[in-house]
Design a protein around this ligand. Structure first.
Ligand SMILES: Nc1nc2c(c(=O)[nH]1)N[C@H]1C(S)=C(S)[C@@H](COP(=O)(O)O)O[C@H]1N2
Ligand SMILES: [Mo]
Length: 238
């Protein structure tokens, strides 16, 4: 118990640290802008390393009962819901790149034919709201092993139909609750919520759950992300 409490206190302290460094990202010391910038980037990198070290690949994010599901769900993106891209499921393919042996693209039926799992978990947005939903899909770890991904690489990166992009550490990618989600409430995903497939990773904040994923790559080159590149903490465990 004591150990767990300490861990969550430390995580919260680190998260607060990440938030307090945000406004400072705009700070420019007229005498030495590079030094301030380098210092903040070094602190952010240190923060990510500590969070990665504290991450337990076996600890599950909380699960919820069906009656706790948020209805209706809540949409969020860097644009209005009226601008949501519509991906044709019939011609859709998931493209693979980087350190993967078999880079053959995957059609939607092929993904649907893989063993599926389901979860009722909570999505937490940095804006301060949370929703509980039921997502079904393919465990990302199973998928990565199936296509011969080099799981000793550091990152898995995602590119989306709307230009959004994000990336996660390999340990989080292999976590049992990290899935390539194909369904919501047992029905195919709809365009606002990431059709045809999205990443669902309940151990990380909402912005680490890219929707309408078109490309997945395994790499050792830091891929960043849409919000991550604007100063949000890259690891962002929730
Ligand atoms: N393609 C794409 N994925 C995205 C985003 C986006 O703008 N585009 N926004 C992220 C953010 S900030 C959040 S909180 C969640 C919201 O997911 P929801 O619409 O299912 O609630 O999607 C994430 N994935
Ligand atoms: Mo978000």
């Amino acid at each position: 118990m004591i150990k767990l409490d300490r861990r969550s206190i430390l995580l919260r302290a680190l998260a607060m640290g990440a938030i307090t460094t945000l406004p400072a990202c705009n700070y420019e010391d007229p005498n030495n802008p590079d030094l301030a910038d380098k210092f903040l980037h070094a602190m952010a990198a240190w923060n990510d390393r500590v969070q990665a070290a504290l991450f337990d690949p076996h600890t599950l994010a909380p699960s919820f009962r069906p009656d706790q599901i948020t209805n209706p769900p809540r949409f969020n993106a860097f644009y209005d819901i009226s601008q949501v891209p519509v991906v044709d499921p019939a011609s859709y393919t998931l493209e693979l790149g980087g350190q993967i042996q078999d880079k053959t693209a995957w059609t939607l039926p092929a993904l649907q034919a893989l063993p599926q799992t389901s979860q009722i978990t909570r999505l937490i947005c940095v804006e301060g709201w949370r929703v509980i939903g039921q997502w079904g899909g393919v465990p990302l770890g199973d998928f990565l092993r199936r296509v011969g991904a080099d799981t000793t690489c550091r990152y898995v990166s995602f590119k989306c139909a709307d230009g959004y992009y994000s990336s996660i550490d390999m340990a989080s990618a292999l976590h049992p609750q990290t899935i390539l989600a194909l369904s919501f409430l047992n029905a195919p995903l709809t365009p606002p919520f990431g059709a045809p497939i999205r990443l669902r990773i309940p151990t990380k904040l909402g912005f680490k759950n890219p929707k309408s994923v078109m490309q997945l790559a395994v790499t050792n080159v830091y891929p960043g992300g849409y919000w991550e590149d604007q100063g949000y903490d890259w690891f962002s465990g929730s």
